[in-house]
Design a protein. Structure first.
Length: 350
């Protein structure tokens, strides 16, 4: 009798293991806009010589150029990351012939995934928009807002409320989005049970972190991950540390450090989630490097870094790709940024 009981337990254990392996994986895609190796190094050396990215299981490098320009912008690179095609600077979700292409978020959504976007820019800015918009111009913010309103993305958090309810055409997209609950603060976001939530963190662009931007990205991601887990469905989550790029356009080390340290805390939250939810993959990368930053001096013991810049614009440097969790070994090597989409797509379609 004892032997039979042991055999039953072993069989159930194997079956449960197979079930877990067959579950659709969760994907957390994290983009540090403008974040190259120097930006990662700056935050590390300024933070007791540590970054949570050291926990990454695999590391790669990504080429960032646009289809016809060595120097990409966030629209072209965002489209490459989201949809696996090279396109022109300023273009969102369209290939070289201006045909619409499906993003990894849209593919996941259509497979029954929950979807969410969390950003520290406006929610209609180029990088997040590349995951749901099909536009010849990244600057058509009113039209991009309409696209978001029809995208069926479950949860979105970011600035840009003005593009939804203070528009030139007098439409109020907030009122039109009847299946959504719109919240005004982090506590409301946390306590709302709806599967469709919009949270505008600013009327226009959110403020800089070092000037007191709230809520913090790591607080938002912690709440969002618990929400997504509670729905008992696989999810695709896009997180952008948007203002890393803005700090580097300004060549402002103080601004950069505050944005990078916040993004680091969000990465830690994602990696911690993986530790307790093994069917989850985190990919951390950048759309491009900004500023041509170089660390020229400093003190490791005092966590001091001195940086010089060669540009106020984007550069063509390759950017790092860090991965952690489910099938993270797929992301090693040197490859084009379009391959990140290909790798994610192959994982969710296994």
């Amino acid at each position: 009798m004892f032997k039979k009981s042991v055999l039953v337990i072993l069989i159930l254990s194997v079956l449960n293991s197979c079930d877990n392996q067959s579950e659709s994986p969760n994907i957390i895609m994290m983009i540090g806009d403008g974040m190259g190796i120097s930006q990662v190094s700056t935050s590390m050396y300024s933070n007791d010589n540590y970054t949570p990215l050291e926990r990454s299981e695999y590391i790669g490098l990504s080429k960032t150029h646009a289809i016809d320009d060595l120097i990409t912008d966030s629209a072209a690179s965002g489209t490459a990351l989201s949809s696996g095609v090279k396109t022109y600077n300023g273009v969102l979700g369209l290939d070289k012939d201006f045909n619409p292409v499906k993003s990894i978020l849209e593919i996941c959504r259509d497979k029954g995934y929950m979807t969410a976007i969390l950003v520290t820019s406006t929610i209609v800015h180029a990088t997040p928009a590349a995951y749901y918009s099909k536009s010849k111009s990244r600057y058509e913010y009113d039209n991009i807002a309409v696209e978001l309103s029809k995208s069926n993305i479950n949860l979105f958090v970011g600035g840009g409320e003005r593009y939804f309810n203070d528009r030139e055409d007098n439409r109020n997209l907030v009122e039109e989005m009847k299946s959504y609950v719109f919240v005004n603060n982090l506590e409301e976001y946390k306590n709302t049970d709806s599967k469709n939530i919009g949270f505008f963190t600013a009327y226009d662009d959110p403020s800089e972190k070092y000037l007191g931007r709230e809520p913090s990205l790591d607080d938002i991601i912690n709440i969002t991950l618990q929400k997504l887990k509670s729905y008992n469905k696989p999810f695709f989550l896009l997180v952008e540390g948007s203002q890393i790029d803005w700090a580097e356009h300004d060549n402002d080390p103080e601004y950069l450090l505050s944005e990078m340290l916040e993004f680091d805390r969000a990465i830690k939250s994602s990696y911690d989630f993986v530790d307790n939810n093994k069917n989850t993959l985190v990919v951390v990368t950048a759309d491009h490097e900004t500023g041509g930053a170089s660390i020229i001096d400093g003190d490791v013991e005092k966590s001091i870094v001195k940086t010089e810049y060669s540009s106020e614009n984007h550069t063509a440097e390759m950017v790092p790709v860090y991965s952690y969790g489910y099938n993270s070994s797929n992301f090693t090597g040197v490859y084009d940024n379009t391959e990140i989409f290909d790798k994610l797509k192959s994982i969710i379609e296994k």
